[in-house]
Design a protein around this ligand. Structure first.
Ligand code: PGA
Length: 245
């Protein structure tokens, strides 16, 4: 199965011209491009091979929710994937596990594929793998409440393991640590009540120099790329390497 490489542009680039240019250069099979909301129609018009993503979605379908965008609207705009529960939203915007669960359920209901981000911070990781595992298990339990294989298809869920201390720092997790966590997530979600087989991808300071060491492991089924997805030639290198696995 082809590895999935997701470009999370975050609040970049600053203008539509740059967004269209970057999308054109990133348009490869196996990629998902998640631009800021306002660039979605322009990016959609450019993409022929890559899928279109969004960086968030609200849990209601319409109504008096200033500034929010519904999953149904995103779907109608041609969006296929939505990132839910990114640590930047959890921490900076105080998104709770309950909010994330509501967003995830509403997105799945609208037919979007969900990329759920989980991962521990540095203080937890310092306590060891067991503590990190407990933290991630707890996030999964709360964020996936009400989700099981009988209600969703396996392919509609992607779990992005993103240790917070590795995001935007230039210091990725060690591939073997990521592999251990991926194996744990896989086992946990394969059991009852979930019985799910989501794709599990790694995120946190991924670049063309280190992507191979992650993707070489079958447990790592792709990557969520932030900073490096903003540099067209760097992102193309990442996609090229990913296509070899
Ligand atoms: P990074 O971001 O690649 O810049 O570390 C990853 C992410 O936040 O998804």
């Amino acid at each position: 199965m082809r590895k999935l490489i997701i470009a999370n542009w975050k609040m970049n680039p600053g203008g539509i011209k740059e967004a269209v240019k970057l999308a054109g250069a990133s348009d490869f099979k196996g990629a998902v491009i998640a631009p800021p909301y306002v660039f979605i129609p322009a990016v959609k018009a450019v993409l022929k091979k890559a899928a279109l993503g969004a960086q968030d979605a609200f849990w209601e379908e319409s109504g008096a929710y200033t500034g929010e965008i519904s999953p149904g609207t995103l779907k109608k705009m041609g969006v296929g994937y939505v990132v839910i529960g990114h640590s930047e939203r959890r921490r900076r915007l105080s998104e709770t596990d309950e909010m994330i669960n509501k967003k995830l359920l509403a997105s799945l209901k609208s037919g979007l594929k969900v990329i759920l981000c989980v991962g521990e911070d540095k203080s937890i990781r310092k306590k060891g793998f067991s503590a990190a595992k407990n933290f991630v298990r707890n996030q999964l339990k709360k964020n996936l409440r009400g989700v099981k294989s009988s209600v969703i298809s396996h392919r509609s869920l992607v779990i992005a393991y993103e240790p917070i201390w590795a995001i935007g720092t230039g210091r990725p997790a060690r591939p073997r640590d990521a592999v251990l966590m991926h194996a744990f997530i896989k086992k946990f979600l394969a059991s009852k009540p979930y019985v799910l087989r989501p794709r599990i991808v790694y995120g946190g300071s991924v670049n063309s120099g280190n992507i191979g060491s992650f993707l070489a492991n079958p447990e790592v089924e792709g990557a969520l790329v932030g900073g490096a997805s903003l540099n067209a030639s760097e992102f193309r290198k990442i996609l090229k390497i990913a296509a070899g696995y």
